[in-house]
Design a protein around this ligand. Structure first.
Ligand code: ADP
Length: 471
């Protein structure tokens, strides 16, 4: 392994790559040499005609047979088997040219003939057209010169009568050979350097292409990230807008819920005052009726305010659960008792199915809240049809079910109705704040239990509360 002047290391693989390139150039070079021979050998007949008219016939025969020989050689050059033998083949082409010129010299005063200049041309053609290094060129020079020198020595029978002419010609031939070898050395050096630059450019191009691909990939994934981000932001924006809308709706509903009983209270107080002034309240029955109405309105107010207080407790994580041993059957029966008059006035039958006491360690007040919420919803959304409360025990939980046959809930809303402020009905059709189920869920979960719904639109709903029996 060695370094060239550009500083590149020549590994065996690199040497192989370079060798392949040289082989291609060698093939082109050989073809060019043969073509040059085919053109120049006959073309020089004009010179023969002017300068060597007395030997025209012999020279023409040599020239034509050399041309025919090269013509026959040309098609062989494309053959694949020759790829490995291109260098010896190039030497062969040059030697034949040298032999042909030597033959011509033999007919023209041997070593004294000026046609030795043709041998010079053969050497120059070799160095200019073929991609030879100094060593290979040296062999070419040797063969070209040896052919010529042997030819004239054989012809002269080693009797040199005009040594000045021989020395003169050989001098020029050897000088051309040296120039040829030097030129081949320099050309080889330049060829290797330009090969280095060429491979450097190819490598840079490949690196650039790879970087471009990487950048594009990066850009693509960045674009993907940005798209995901935009999607997330849009989703968050929609969620926020929905939350704001819900809150606004809640504020307006809550104001309404608070305002209605207050207005009614204020009106009734006014009426009572007038009736008292005209002494119409002389009967305790009337007074009792009045107080009942007051109490109902106040209870409604307290319920709304309680729900709002619970929400704020839940948000602050301060929903306290005060456990004690209770019988769920009794608790449910108690709540049913409390709401029975409402069911009666709504002409909605209500029944409890229970197989006996279900005892657990729960917060009675909060459990009552769940049962009350579910019963009031069953009354509100139950379309006046019978409501059934069932209580049973599974292996680990108390199972409370409140089933109505009312408007039902589409499956898309089964989860969402347990969220804060969420409602699946129009506020113009049903009053409410969308808090009851949210609070019930928080209470059930605070007990380690759960609440869920099974329902179909227009086919009624069953709310199922699971409360763990053991802590
Ligand atoms: P509110 O009843 O005050 O709106 P809830 O949190 O109790 O709030 O209920 C949330 C929503 O769930 C209701 O608005 C209603 O759309 C739906 N829902 C609750 N109970 C029932 C039921 N028994 N039948 C049909 N829909 C119900």
């Amino acid at each position: 392994m060695h370094k060239d002047s550009v500083g590149t290391e020549w590994t065996p693989e690199r040497e192989k790559e370079y060798g392949e390139l040289i082989q291609e150039q060698m093939q082109t070079g050989c073809k060019s040499l043969v073509l040059l021979a085919i053109i120049l050998f006959p073309a020089f007949s004009f010179l023969d005609f002017y300068t060597q008219g007395h030997r025209l016939k012999e020279l023409l025969i040599i020239r034509l047979s050399t041309t025919v020989f090269y013509l026959g050689l040309y098609p062989v050059l494309g053959r694949p088997f020759l790829r490995k033998w291109l260098y010896p083949f190039s030497l062969f082409i040059l030697t034949i040219a040298s032999l042909s010129i030597t033959l011509m010299c033999l007919f023209l005063k041997g070593y004294e003939s000026p046609y030795y200049a043709g041998v010079n041309l053969v050497m120059l053609a070799g160095v200019l057209v073929l991609p030879l290094g100094a060593g290979r060129m040296a062999w070419a020079v040797f063969l070209i010169l040896a052919t010529y020198i042997l030819g004239i020595l054989i012809q002269s029978g080693l009797k040199i009568e005009n040594p000045q002419a021989l020395v003169n010609n050989l001098y020029f031939l050897v000088a051309t050979g040296i120039i040829g070898i030097t030129a081949a050395f320099l050309k080889e050096k330049m060829r290797r350097e330009s090969f280095d630059r060429y491979t450097e450019i190819v490598r840079t191009q490949t690196d650039l292409r790879r970087s471009k691909e990487l950048l594009q990939e990066e850009l693509h994934s960045e674009q993907g990230n940005v798209e995901v981000l935009v999607k997330e932001i849009t989703q968050k924006k929609t969620e926020l807008e929905r939350a704001i809308n819900l809150r606004n709706e809640f504020i307006s509903l809550a104001s309404h819920e608070l305002n209605t009983p207050l207005t009614s209270l204020s009106l009734q107080t006014e009426i009572a005052r007038k009736k008292m002034a005209s002494n119409k309240y002389n009967n305790t029955e009337i007074i009792e009726k009045l107080l009942n109405t007051y109490s109902a309105q106040v209870k409604r107010l307290i319920r709304v305010v309680d729900d709002m207080l619970d929400i704020s407790r839940i948000e602050r994580g301060k929903l306290n659960i005060e456990r004690s041993q209770i019988d769920l059957e009794k608790v449910v029966a108690g709540v049913i008792d409390r709401v029975s008059d409402k069911f009666e006035s709504g002409q909605t039958p209500l029944k409890l199915i229970s197989s006996g006491p279900v005892v657990g360690i729960w917060d009675q007040f909060r459990i009552e809240q769940i049962v009350l919420n579910l019963l009031m919803n069953a009354l509100k959304y139950g379309a006046g049809r019978p409501v059934e409360v069932s209580l049973e025990k599974s292996e680990e939980s108390a199972v409370l079910k409140v089933r109505d046959q009312g408007i039902g809930i589409p499956s898309t809303n089964h989860e969402i109705i347990f969220e804060r402020f969420e409602r699946a009905v129009k506020s113009t059709e049903y009053t409410g704040l969308g808090l009851g189920l949210y609070i019930s869920k928080q209470i059930a979960e605070a007990h380690g239990g759960s609440i869920s719904v099974e329902s179909e639109l227009a086919k009624g709903s069953t709310f199922i509360v699971l409360l763990p029996l053991n802590l």
